[in-house]
Design a protein around this ligand. Structure first.
Ligand code: AMP
Ligand code: TRP
Length: 328
């Protein structure tokens, strides 16, 4: 069985973009791959978060993974900070990547261009992400398009390490879903749906009131041409809604175009709002059960144990090769 690994930062509430671009595909992958899924809480330190909020977001995210259908018996689900080896390997790998490579990362460049105050963590975090990935020798790393570059850097670092110190890391491949990789803002469909968008009506949150979310679909920006056709370039609004529809239902876009060829935007949106409502309802019901007891802690303990076992072995190997270890 091929191995797959991915992580999500526990910053802010989980959006429909996170769900369709990351959580739902993981749930589908678990039948086919040996999955490692973790909550990247060390990464959330790159920008200030209220500790109380961080705790809540972390718990919610894990509960949502489970509510969406990840099975902790099959998937190693863990919290990054529970496996200390990540930070240690991140340090070694950070010493093997150049300032030039890190400053070419789009996410860093965007922040720099905006003139925001930037902590060193934002600059450095791709080396920690490389450690997260390389630690477990995954074949594939499913990510949204914005994270592809960081995965490629991890691969470059692995190649460098292997050629300098002999074969140690498997070379991972980023896996970007063709559909659903970039769900757009409902009010501004040329921009990615994100918690930090300008208009709250543009972003749907998984744990929000379901009627509010359905209304956001109904008021999504479209165009005046009136045809339900997938054409992201010229019809970004309706194409985005088609992407949401197809990722929620797994019905191919061509079938949807056919189904709605004689319908108006209003009817199409109403159907989509209902489909979304049903999905959210299912997840929220599960979520309420999961969040109650200490189930989450149990899942995390089990996940940390499995992940630590592999991480310890990998770090020991790395340290032997580096010459850090002097004991036999
Ligand atoms: P973030 O919320 O930016 O930390 O992203 C967490 C995960 O969700 C990453 O794998 C992202 O690529 C994915 N993701 C975030 N926003 C979207 C979106 N609008 N469409 C698809 N995937 C997304
Ligand atoms: N940096 C990723 C993000 O911001 C999260 C992440 C951290 C990750 N480590 C990872 C994703 C390893 C995939 C693999 O979304």
């Amino acid at each position: 069985m091929k191995r797959m690994l991915s992580g999500i930062k526990p910053t802010g509430s989980v959006t429909l973009g996170n769900y369709l671009g990351a959580i739902k595909p993981f749930v589908e992958y678990q039948d086919e791959y040996e999955m490692f899924v973790f909550v990247a809480n060390l990464h959330s330190m790159t920008i200030y978060v209220e500790p109380k909020e961080l705790r809540e977001n972390t718990k919610n995210l894990i509960a949502l993974y489970l509510a969406a259908g990840l099975d902790p018996e099959r998937v190693t689900l863990f919290l990054q900070s529970d496996v200390l080896e990540h930070a240690q390997l991140g340090w070694y790998l950070g010493c093997m990547v150049s300032m030039g490579e890190l400053s070419r990362m789009t996410q860093y460049k965007d922040k720099l261009a905006k003139g925001e105050s930037i902590g060193a963590g934002i600059f450095n975090y791709p080396s920690l992400m490389a450690a997260d990935i390389l630690m477990y020798d995954p074949d594939y790393v499913p990510v949204g398009i914005d994270q592809k570059q960081h995965c490629e850097l991890a691969r470059d670092i692995a190649i460098r390490f292997n050629s300098r110190y002999s074969d140690t890391f498997k070379l991972p491949e980023p896996l970007v879903p063709k559909i659903g990789a970039k769900i757009m803002d409902l009010q501004n469909p040329t921009k990615k749906m994100s918690k930090s968008g300008d208009n709250p009506k543009g972003c749907i949150y998984i744990l929000d009131d379901i009627n509010v979310s359905k209304k956001k679909i109904m008021s999504a920006v479209t165009d005046t041409d009136g045809k339900i056709v997938y054409d992201p370039e010229n019809k970004p609004g309706i194409s985005n809604l088609l992407e949401i529809y197809t990722t929620l239902t797994n019905i191919p876009i061509s079938e949807l175009e056919d189904k709605y060829k004689d319908s108006g935007y209003g009817d199409f949106k109403k159907d989509l709002a209902n489909i979304l409502g049903e999905s959210l309802e299912k997840i929220q019901t599960q979520y309420k059960e999961i969040i109650k007891g200490d189930y989450i802690t149990k899942v995390l303990d089990q996940g940390a144990q499995k992940a630590s076992f592999l991480a310890k072995k990998k770090l020991a190997k790395v340290e032997r090769k580096l010459g850090i270890t002097i004991r036999k």
